[in-house]
Design a protein around this ligand. Structure first.
Ligand code: UDP
Length: 460
């Protein structure tokens, strides 16, 4: 042929390889990113995935390729056993074990994908979840440039970047009597907000975070699902500290619209129910895909919601109650909430939060939930459980002032007060006004020439 290998290469299509962590809160943003790169950048997409919580190819463009990593039932069972099932597991250890388990078969899968590339398209890069340092290193060894996707906020990554220094200063591991001490290095965080898991050892947490930071530093760029106007100073801190390009390209769910990535079936009847409710009158209550609680706490929530006299939509996931499969709501509960309360097992959350009837969100503050709430102007009651949730809560309360933490033991009286504070007091209205201002900034960021739109163009 007359064309040189270089021109042949550049004239071929480019393919982006992706490998999400197999958790709901990580799969969704990765697939949203795939949608953005495919639709806006014209890139082909291959999604490598674990044999557990696998995405459903029929819900995605036919042009995507899906590659299961690891063969056989035994391997799938091994991977499934590492998925945390509640708030009390040692999830930093589980994350590292998943990475170690998947990186071995991933090497084969990646080699095959690259070999097929010879006569097809060019693998432009591999986007890995930032918890997949081992998987990423496989890509590096085989000569594929990598990008690291952080599915948390910039506030969280900035805090994690300070972790080694806090250890060096002897501030971490924490003195249990000093947990409320403010961290002057990281306002508005307190010492307790840096404890990712109460069941994990300090050494495990430190290794897990070190690997996340390595993933960022070894990458050709870090991608964050956030926007400049929300987290400007933390984004700057991160870019300076990491010395790699940082792309704030969120809110992804407002760019990659209509994506179906829910692992559980969403009960859409609740949207019709919301249609019948007054504007901003309903409190949406949901604790994400992993957090769990005791049966006694669930009963207190039930009675607290009843006593608040407010309307609510409450998600009770099948495994929300710690250690038991089914939640039995108290006698008299259904009578008490007739007409003004609805309980479902999984919600179409983004549609719920953008519904005009929803005026507040009681959340565990996973980053996706936090960002989804912000981008629809919904103020929050915060009840964090683990990982970055405490950090997100502090920012909601102290920096953005669009919600407050419900602290201490869960009791019906405190719940009732918190619900009324958010839904009917002047203070709650002010939080809602501020949340709506952020919603507006989020919208602008994804419009033409907005900061996230520009970052996406640069990334592509
Ligand atoms: N979600 C949902 N239906 C529900 C509850 C949650 O679709 O009833 C989605 C939610 O929109 C979000 C994700 O599940 O995108 C949860 O992610 P997050 O980071 O908030 O929390 P995690 O589940 O990782 O703790």
């Amino acid at each position: 042929s007359s064309s040189s290998p270089a021109t042949t290469r550049s004239s071929r299509r480019r393919r982006v390889l992706m490998f999400p962590l197999p958790f709901q809160g990580h799969i969704t943003p990765m697939l949203q990113l795939a949608g953005v790169l495919h639709a806006h950048g014209g890139l082909d997409v291959t999604v490598f995935h674990a044999p557990v919580n696998a995405p459903d190819p029929s819900r995605h463009p036919a042009a995507y390729r899906f590659v299961a990593v690891g063969d056989g039932n035994e391997f799938a069972a091994e991977a499934a056993a590492l998925i945390p099932t509640g708030s009390y597991g040692d999830f930093p250890a589980a994350l590292m074990a998943l990475d170690a388990l998947l990186r071995v078969p991933f090497e084969d899968a990646l080699r095959r994908a690259l070999a097929a590339e010879e006569d097809e398209d060019v693998a432009a890069c591999l986007v890995v979840d930032s918890n997949f340092r081992g998987v990423q290193a496989v890509g590096e060894r085989l000569g594929v440039p990598t990008l690291s996707l952080r599915t948390g906020g910039a506030c969280c990554l900035a805090a994690y970047l300070a972790f080694p220094e806090l250890c060096a200063k002897g501030i971490l591991p924490p003195d249990q009597l000093q947990l409320d001490m403010p961290l002057t290095e990281l306002p508005p965080l307190r010492l307790r907000d840096m404890v990712l898991s109460t069941t994990s050892s300090h050494a495990t947490m430190a290794t897990c975070l070190e690997r996340i930071l390595d993933s960022s530093r070894c990458s050709s760029g870090v991608i964050l699902n956030t926007f400049n106007d929300l987290e400007n100073s933390d984004l700057e801190k991160i870019a300076t500290d990491l010395n790699v390009p940082v792309y704030a390209i969120g809110p992804l769910h407002k760019i990659s619209i209509g994506l179906e990535s829910s692992l559980l079936t969403q009960d859409r009847n609740c949207l019709e129910w919301l249609d019948k409710q007054e504007t901003e009158s309903v409190l949406y209550v949901s604790f994400g895909s992993l957090a769990s609680m005791d049966r006694e706490e669930l009963l207190e929530i039930a009675w607290g919601l009843v006593d608040s006299q407010m309307s609510f939509l409450w998600v009770i996931r099948p495994n929300l109650a710690h250690g038991s499969q089914r939640v039995h709501l108290p006698d008299g509960f259904e009578e008490a909430i007739r007409g003004r309360g609805m309980v479902i097992s999984w919600a179409p959350q983004q549609d719920v939060l953008s519904h005009r009837a929803v005026g507040g969100f009681w959340t565990h503050n996973g980053w996706n939930s936090t960002l989804e709430s912000i981008c629809d102007g919904v103020p929050m009651i915060c009840r964090p459980h683990f990982a970055d949730q405490m950090i997100n809560t502090r920012y909601v309360q102290e920096v953005w002032k669009i919600g407050f933490e419900l602290e201490g033991k869960l009791e019906r009286e405190t719940i009732e007060r918190a619900v009324r504070r958010l839904m009917c007091k002047e203070e709650g209205k002010e939080m809602r006004r501020r949340a709506k201002a952020l919603k507006n900034q989020a919208r602008i960021s994804v419009e033409k020439e907005g900061s996230s739109k520009t970052a996406i163009d640069m990334l592509i």
